[in-house]
Design a protein around this ligand. Structure first.
Ligand SMILES: [Zn+2]
Ligand SMILES: [Zn+2]
Length: 510
């Protein structure tokens, strides 16, 4: 016993998802990890954390040899709360208050408003290597399991109201019901008052703001209100672990009330909580679909390789706040990711798992330089890479990376990274000093075919010393005559990918 304890404590700190998986195995005998994001607007990178976090624990469970379920619950019964800025006011005015699974999609290509946001999200998840089981609320609410929890909730309305009142400190109205019927007449889900129910016939009667009175079936005719719906799902789906945004984990928040309702009303032990912190977008603050300050996952994946995006989320514990900066820091992140692939052997399993992602072994930063050297013409990249000493092993992966580089340059790259080769000697070359001209001429003489980036870098440094220039002075000279500006990409790599004769001719022209 004591030797085992020593063995475990002396081990390097466990990766967070392994730790959570181990805890789940210790405390529960079923492993069901649930995620749920309401598709009422663009599903963004902040939401992605929920799924990536759950998926990581699911992978850890699999590594422990456990059968586990990992699903995504799409709340298609949630009402459209208002006319968001991205919606056409004329079309959507009549749909406010109706379930988003039952109203038209904004682009006309999807079966519903909910699918309009869920489908691209699932496609992005697939690109990221994650395929959760998908459950739509409007389908789930037609099953026996949900009819059962609806019946229990209606029967124990008083008990639930007491829990909510005590925990939230808010007065619960006399006509409050845990169930929201979908009005037969106006189709809205949050405007009717429950006037009674029949647990034998499984129907709920209501009176709606629109004047309609009638009955709906407990099978698909409505939905439990959020604070009751959540613990109801835990029981019906057998959830034993669930990540959720920190807003739910406040005192008296929905995890607290959910726990009490789950234990006292549904007789089900609440899942182990996995609260996670927000991801904010540099310069834009916390992302929020309703505020409209979001970048969709799909849009980010056009400029960031999927394995890099997953790495960004996984490398930090879920409790750590993250800021995603798609400008210059993204290049550093990708460099770090490349290094993590190189020393994958001593990495936690899940980062190693990412490392199994196809890699081209060419720094993203270099692709950024090369693509600009060839005037953004992707067909010419292969030859330049070879010239710079890189072997292209997988043309498909290279193609995918180049598309990311192109989009990154267009959307996020700061000006200092962008350049274009100047066809003629730029006017700014008139400002070069005698020593700078001398250095460029020497460089022209000593550049040789097949020199690697490192060799050129060393050559530039030795000429700098001979001509008594500062590093900035010699670098500026090179960039001024080739790019017409004083700053540019890392010089060794840059010159190694250029046509040598062309460079020599330009350097001699000064
Ligand atoms: Zn659509
Ligand atoms: Zn109505």
């Amino acid at each position: 016993m004591s030797t085992m304890a020593t063995a475990t404590t002396s081990k390097v700190a466990q990766f967070w998802s392994d730790e959570l998986a181990a805890r789940l195995v210790r405390e529960r005998d079923r492993f069901v990890i649930s995620t749920g994001i309401t598709p009422s607007g663009e599903i963004h990178i902040g939401h992605l954390r929920e799924v990536v976090t759950a998926h990581a624990v699911w992978l850890s469970l699999k590594e422990l040899g456990q059968e586990a379920d990992f699903h995504y619950f799409a709340d298609s019964l949630d009402p459209l709360r208002k006319i968001y800025p991205f919606l056409d006011a004329k079309t959507y005015a009549e749909h406010v208050g109706k379930p988003i699974g039952k109203i038209p999609c904004p682009c006309g290509k999807h079966s519903s408003y909910a699918s309009h946001f869920v489908e691209p999200f699932l496609a992005s998840l697939k690109e990221l290597g994650m395929s959760p089981r998908v459950i739509y609320a409007d389908e789930a609410y037609r099953t026996d399991g949900f009819v059962e929890v609806i019946t229990i909730a209606l029967q124990q309305r008083q008990r639930i109201a007491e829990i909510l009142q005590k925990q939230t400190g808010k007065e619960i109205k006399a006509d409050w019901s845990p169930f929201n019927p979908i009005c037969n007449h106006c189709q809205r889900i949050s405007t009717a008052v429950v006037t009674g129910f029949d647990s034998d016939r499984k129907v709920v009667s209501y009176r709606c703001e629109c004047g309609d009175e009638g009955e709906v079936s407990m099978r698909g005719g409505g939905k439990l209100t959020w604070r009751v719906d959540w613990p109801a799902r835990w029981r019906v789906l057998g959830v034993t672990m669930e990540p959720f945004g920190k807003d739910h984990s406040t005192r008296g928040g929905s995890y607290d009330t959910g726990t009490l309702i789950s234990e006292q009303v549904f007789q089900y032990p609440p899942p182990l909580p996995m609260p996670y912190e927000w991801i904010s977008l540099k310069g834009m603050g916390d992302m929020s679909s309703s505020k409209g300050n979001v970048i969709s996952i799909h849009t980010i994946l056009q400029a960031v390789p999927p394995e890099v995006l997953r790495y960004f989320i996984l490398r930090s514990h879920p409790s750590k706040r993250l800021t995603f900066d798609p400008t210059l820091p993204l290049l550093n992140l990708i460099d770090e990711f490349d290094r993590s692939i190189k020393d994958a052997t001593d990495r936690p399993s899940h980062l190693a798992n990412i490392s199994n992602a196809p890699s081209i072994g060419i720094p993203f930063r270099h692709l950024v330089t090369i693509l600009q050297i060839v005037g953004m013409d992707e067909r010419k990249v292969g030859a330049r890479l070879q010239q710079a000493g890189y072997q292209v092993t997988d043309p498909e992966v290279l193609k995918r990376y180049l598309s990311c580089v192109k989009n990154w340059l267009e959307r996020y790259a700061p000006e200092e990274v962008k350049f274009s080769l100047q066809e003629k000697l730029p006017e700014v070359a008139d400002e070069l000093t005698v020593a700078q001209r001398q250095a460029l001429k020497r460089l022209a003489e000593r550049l040789q075919t097949g020199m690697t980036g490192d060799a050129i870098h060393k050559l530039v440094y030795s000429i700098r010393e001979e001509c008594e220039l500062s590093p900035q002075e010699i670098f500026a000279a090179i960039y001024m005559v080739l790019l017409g500006k004083r700053r540019g990409p890392r010089v060794g790599m840059f010159l190694s990918a250029l046509d040598r004769t062309w460079v020599q001719r330009r350097f001699r022209e000064v």
